[in-house]
Design a protein around this ligand. Structure first.
Ligand code: ADP
Ligand code: 5GP
Length: 218
């Protein structure tokens, strides 16, 4: 039934900055893709990177692939909200789309590493909701990197080695999901967003709504 329930669920609120991080291969991009399909009003923050494009990736959709010179120019002109060197390449979050989404009360998903997650948590703690995704085992992590078949053997070895330094950062995140069964892990990340959207401290539209319920001016 369209009625007060619909209006109540569309009250103005601050947007959520949903940060997903994990060691490479744990399934973060797969879960991110499922989230974007499940929530049409969730926007992906498209990062810039100096990494070479993988065969399956589209420039401007998965990343904006740029040169190191262009990356330095963006970084030095403060056009990046956060940036980091990961596995020997540079990655960064363009500032303007993220700021605009927050100002408009839209939710944004950030598929970034723990260094980027840390910077966003320092800059916008109240808006950031962070989820760290762990693999069920190191053997399975390796199998997934191999099965993805998008990186060379050398790159896979480097990513597995780096995973040992990335994994302990789970402790800095609000939520931790173990991606064993994909459906279950996806449902868990979905639940986080659904619950975080309901937090009263980001729902400023509740003030007026509650006044209409009670007929009071307070
Ligand atoms: P990341 O973005 O963390 O590097 P991906 O999302 O690219 O990882 O996932 C790595 C590979 O593992 C992909 O081939 C993906 O289809 C697969 N994968 C993701 N989650 C699972 C899961 N729960 N079980 C089995 N395979 C998975
Ligand atoms: P990949 O090369 O597999 O796409 O990504 C490697 C790592 O870089 C992943 O952990 C991914 O989340 C991270 N990453 C992607 N974009 C950004 C970004 O803009 N900033 C930071 N800090 N990390 C990023």
């Amino acid at each position: 039934m369209a009625g007060a329930g619909t209006i109540a669920n569309n009250l103005a609120r601050r947007g959520v900055m949903l940060v997903l991080s994990s060691p490479s291969g744990a399934g973060k991009s797969t879960i991110a893709r499922n989230m974007l399909n499940a929530f049409p009003d969730l926007t992906l923050s498209v990062s810039v990177t100096t990494r070479a494009r993988r065969g399956s990736e589209i420039d401007g959709t998965h990343y904006r692939f740029i040169s190191e010179t262009e990356f330095q120019r963006m970084r030095d002109s403060d056009a990046l909200l956060e940036w980091a060197e990961v596995h020997g390449n540079f990655y960064g979050t363009p500032r303007d789309p993220a700021i605009q989404a927050m100002q408009e009360g839209r939710d944004m998903l950030f598929d970034i590493d723990w260094q980027g997650g840390k910077q966003l948590m320092e800059k916008a703690r109240g808006d950031v909701v962070s989820v760290f995704i762990l693999p069920p085992s190191m053997d399975e992590l390796k199998r997934r990197l191999v099965r993805r078949a998008e990186d060379s053997e050398e790159v896979i070895a480097r990513r597995l080695k780096n995973a040992l330094e990335e994994i302990p950062h789970w402790q800095e995140y609000d939520y931790v999901v173990i991606n064993d069964d994909l459906d279950r892990a996806f449902q868990e990340v979905k639940s986080v967003l659904v619950a975080e959207r309901l937090r009263q401290d980001r729902r400023h539209g509740l003030y007026d709504f509650a006044r209409t319920l009670t007929g009071s001016e307070k």
